[in-house]
Ligand binder design. Structure first.
Ligand code: NAD
Ligand code: ZN
Length: 368
């Protein structure tokens, strides 16, 4: 059973990656519980597809459960969703030693994690991620948040789960588009510091997306191991280490903002185009070989992910896109830290380039 440990002292936890682990959830959760009861939170799509298997697993282990089904979609990651969830947990009689189960994608995981962090001043939670994005990224690391009018993920907290159960088999019901968006975050780990893993993606990415179970399990395990190492080194992003996970995200965020954070461009799709732009920018300023940037573009294109402004269907001007970057949580007086690279697997945090330089680059990309 592939298990990755996230080493955070007293807050350490295991991530179990195994096909069929959803059906064993009761057995895995039992040792954590002080009493045989859990609240389960999921969304309308996942409730139809995978809630019965979780309920059967909890029943088999003699764990009583209450279920809250929220609307699917980013709208639930809101003040309204948080109010509904925390009120429900308190009504159900949640205690600090209880464990809330988050069954769903990054939306449910982020919302439940935040609610668990604040209800009764903090209770425990278990992540059962059901999207590729959540299995390789959002379920691990303890970043939790909701969106507010001023921006995405603007209110939140660090709160680590007690256990993560990632079942690659649940991905068979995930739409191809969501799968590909999650795959962008897989590619990201190769581009950050693991050239061999990027080569593995070039060789096996198409098979992973087509449904090959072994490729999915390998990619999830490898990605989580990479994220666990980074989180253990820099849990709260106080140094540059955890910031590397933002590769492609500053450019990507501008694209998401330009498309109104809508279904026009999913987060992972924006990250894919954002990573290609980060490497194209690195090549333009002479940091990175042009061939490396081209290799990334070719791979993203081959799996039908956006890989430039045109394929992301963004037509905003360079200055307009750079203006979105200025609203980044990490922006300071005309610059924003960018994750750039000296080549594939050689990324680093740079504060050497102002937003006006980035705007000029993006204008050039529009004409390309
Ligand atoms: N906390 C972090 O570190 C972190 C990292 C990256 C992203 N995020 C957040 O994650 C969110 C995006 O996550 P997401 O892409 O998982 O979105 P999501 O949770 O909205 O899931 C995408 C869609 O897939 C459906 N779905 C989920 N599992 C399914 C399954 N197995 N079969 C069929 N349909 C299924 C959902 O109902 C939803 O419609 C964003 O809010 C983003 O900010 C957080
Ligand atoms: Zn991301």
């Amino acid at each position: 059973m592939p298990t990755v440990k996230v080493a955070l002292g007293a807050c350490s936890y295991a991530v179990i990656i195994e096909s069929g682990v959803l059906g064993q959830a009761g057995a895995h959760v039992t040792p954590l519980l002080k009493r045989p009861w859990v609240p389960v939170v999921t969304d309308t799509n996942v409730a139809k597809l995978h809630l019965p298997a979780l309920q059967a697993a909890l029943d088999a282990a003699g764990i009583r459960h209450d279920v809250l089904v929220l609307d699917a979609g980013e709208g639930s990651k809101s003040w309204t969703g948080l109010a509904q969830l925390t009120e429900w947990l308190v009504e159900r009689g949640i205690e600090r030693s209880d464990h809330v189960i988050a069954l769903g994608g990054g939306v449910i995981g982020d919302l439940v994690g935040f609610a668990a962090g604040i209800v009764k001043r903090g209770c425990a939670f278990v992540q059962i991620p059901t999207t590729l994005l959540a299995q390789v990224d959002s379920s691990v690391g303890g970043k939790t948040a909701i969106n507010i009018a001023a921006g995405k993920n603007m209110v939140g907290a660090f709160h680590q789960p007690a256990l993560v159960l990632a079942d690659p088999a649940v991905l068979t019901t995930l739409p191809r588009r969501d799968l590909a968006a999650g795959y962008a975050e897989v590619v990201k780990y190769g581009l950050i510091d693991d050239t061999d893993f990027f080569a593995w993606c070039e060789a096996h990415g198409a098979a992973l997306l087509a449904g090959e179970a072994a490729a999915r399990e390998y990619a999830i395990t490898h990605s989580i191991a990479a994220k666990a190492r980074i989180v253990a080194a820099d849990e709260r992003e106080m140094q540059d280490v955890r910031a590397l996970l933002n590769l492609g995200h500053t450019f990507g965020h501008a694209l998401e903002a330009a498309t109104g954070f809508s279904d026009k461009l999913l987060h992972g799709e924006a990250v894919a185009a954002g990573m290609a732009l980060a490497f194209a920018f690195s090549a333009e300023v002479g940091l990175c070989p042009v061939e490396d940037a081209a290799r990334i573009t070719a791979h993203l294109r081959s799996v039908t992910l956006p890989h430039d402004l045109a394929s992301a269907r963004v037509e905003d001007s360079g200055p307009a896109l750079a203006a979105h970057m200025a609203h980044d949580k990490k922006a300071r007086g005309g610059t924003v830290p960018l994750i750039l690279a000296r080549g594939i697997g050689q990324s680093f945090v740079s504060t050497d380039y102002g937003l006006d330089r980035v705007a000029a680059f993006l204008d050039g990309q529009l004409l390309a």
